[in-house]
Design a protein around this ligand. Sequence first.
Ligand code: DX5
Ligand code: ZN
Length: 215
Amino acid sequence: MAPIIAPSILAADFANIQKEVEMLNESSADWIHIDIMDGMFVPNISFGMPVLAAIQKHAKKPLDVHLMIEQPERYVETFKKLGADTISVHYEACPHLHRNLQQLRDLDCRVGVALNPHTSVELLADTLQDIDLVCMMSVNPGFGGQKFIEQTYQKVRKLRAMAEAQNTPLHIEIDGGVNSENAPKLIEAGADVLVAGSFVFRAEDPIATIAGLKG
Ligand code: DX5
Ligand code: ZN
């Protein structure tokens, strides 16, 4: 099956955000990946609610919101109201992850958990049934345009095997450094959602690049 492609708007031209979103609307992208960074959980600040509202005004594709923020429980309801279809909170930012998952489930959005590169997939063994999507970081979160971490393949294989053993459907999303070279290998390892920022927005033809990632 063709993967779900979620271009990351972080790499877009923010001075022309309407045009960038319209380009994604016309493309074969499935979701729009939205990176929210608070300058605390990660060493960078991206953008917040007003920018998301502006994106949402033009977007015709589901919004996949990746919260790289501390205490995400304070804001998830607002993000849902702003049109989030999927919300991922970071494992490392949630000492009471089970409670965060319940909160997301009650909001009726796709429930996501993001894992930093050093965080073992085994730590999700007891919550996998409550998770719809794992956003597996294949770079250290905080910046676009970084180099893909090769260890990711092994983590994907392990997580896919865990989901199969528990007989639970799970989206495995790869976030960071995705390109046409690693995309087929990631799908082969068991991933089904690919986020791509710089590879799409820095391409001469982003629409063709998105179609290429879809395979
Ligand atoms: C990194 C973000 C990613 C990033 C991906 O903290 O979570 O979504 O935008 O960008 P690329 O594809 O350029 O690595
Ligand atoms: Zn992201």
